[in-house]
Design a protein around this ligand. Structure first.
Ligand SMILES: *Cc1c(COP(=O)(O)O)cnc(C)c1O
Length: 392
């Protein structure tokens, strides 16, 4: 028998040599605009806490009250004895929010995507997936028997060519609504046009859009005014909608019914905890009733994107709170992030293989809870450090 420690050590060393070994930073406070890391207070620009709901007091109160009323856990999958009134309420709220017939909850969006494709598609069908789609879509697609086509990132000519050549029974186009390394919004308007032309279905994974992209935060479909033409939306409660955990798929009645009958991560995994369910209901209520959070996020995004360009950095992406600041050289990106951390700005550099070679960047993520002062300080610090390192 081979020695597993030897094998794994060799693999781990290889990861370390490649410089891609991930050390987890320990945060000593709740998720906020300001957090404590190693006893040091830093400005946090790397959470998916877009609307600042991760430590929102109304949501926390809802969660505490929910424990009292509905208990801590259910100890069951949904179809045995794990469905409470609140689970149906949350599914209804999400359906109403997105204008779909029905919604099915999962423990995560990873599970939602993982359990979708093999349930809905067979070997008579075909899936057309953007090459930069999230790992959970890639894994979900792998599990299904449909013919698989990978089109170039947001390349509508490539997608059309592949749709045109297919004679599959069901054709399903699937894309991330927002590509999180680039801060770009997928061309969902063009995708739905191609879908109509080739009689295909459209699925959008809107994890980096639900709650804050589009006029009312309904995501990339709303951003392009084509929400009703997106057939299937998968998304998460783990980002803008409170940031705890949980995911869902919203679609037509028959699609959701079929998922409830056959989707394996739904059937064979525990029901979402009552606290999460009630807190997510509250998050949706806040988003529906208070447009200020969304406005503040948009203003912060606009301000930071403009200022960071003005001091000489190149950035990528659309008007999204993910702001990739292009450094290109991986070592420089690391040096910049380290210097920024010394000055209490917490950002993460990304380099190959997470992004293409020589496309290293620092990804800043904005939140509605960043104050103008904090943003100004960040821009000034980016300026000082960028100059010190000869980047700008
Ligand atoms: C974050 C993310 C997921 C995973 O969501 P979880 O609920 O954390 O599992 C899936 N797809 C995309 C595009 C994401 O950004």
């Amino acid at each position: 028998m081979k020695n597993i420690d030897q094998i794994l050590n060799a693999q781990l060393n290889e990861i370390k040599e490649q410089g891609t070994y991930k050390d987890e930073r320990i945060i000593e406070t709740a998720q906020e605009a300001q957090i404590s890391v190693k006893g040091k207070t830093v400005l946090n620009f790397c959470a998916n806490n877009y609307l600042g709901l991760a430590n929102n007091s109304e949501i926390k109160k809802a969660a505490v009250d929910a424990i009292q009323e509905w208990g801590f856990g259910l100890g069951s999958v949904r179809f045995i004895c794990g469905t409470q009134t609140i689970h149906k309420q949350l599914e209804d709220s999400v359906s109403k929010f997105l204008g779909k017939d029905d919604t099915i909850l999962y423990s995560s969006c990873f599970d939602a995507n993982g359990g979708f494709f093999e349930t809905i598609l067979s070997d008579k069908d075909a899936v057309f997936s953007d090459e930069l789609n999230h790992a959970s879509i890639i894994d979900g697609v792998r599990l299904c028997k449909a013919q698989k086509h990978r089109y170039k990132n947001c390349d509508m000519n490539d997608l059309e060519k592949k749709l045109n050549q297919s004679s599959a029974r069901i054709k399903l186009i699937v894309t991330d609504g927002v590509f999180s390394m680039d801060g770009t919004i997928a061309p969902v308007d063009e995708i739905v046009k191609l879908a109509k032309k080739y009689d295909a279905l459209v699925m959008v994974d809107d994890c980096h859009a639900t709650g804050f992209i589009g006029e009312n935060g309904k995501g990339s479909g709303e951003f392009y005014n084509v929400l009703d033409k997106v057939d299937i939306i998968s998304s998460t409660f783990g980002k803008a909608l409170g940031g705890a955990s949980g995911g869902f798929v919203s679609a037509s009645k028959n699609i959701i019914d079929t998922l409830r009958q056959k989707s394996r991560p739904y059937l064979f995994s525990n029901s979402l905890a009552p606290t999460l369910v009630v807190a997510c209901l509250k998050a949706l209520e806040i988003i529906n009733s208070n447009k200020n959070l969304l406005k503040q996020l948009q203003q912060n995004t606009l301000f930071f994107r403009e200022q960071i360009k003005e001091i000489g950095y190149e950035i990528k992406g659309d008007s999204h709170p993910i702001v990739p600041i292009m450094i290109y050289d991986a070592k420089k990106a690391v040096a910049l992030s380290e210097m920024l951390l010394e000055k209490n700005i917490y950002v993460i550099p990304f380099s190959f293989p997470v992004v293409p070679k020589d496309q290293a960047r620092i990804r800043v993520q904005l939140s509605s809870i960043h104050s103008r002062e904090q943003l100004v300080y960040a821009v000034d610090t980016f300026k000082d450090c960028g100059k010190a390192l000869n980047i700008i």
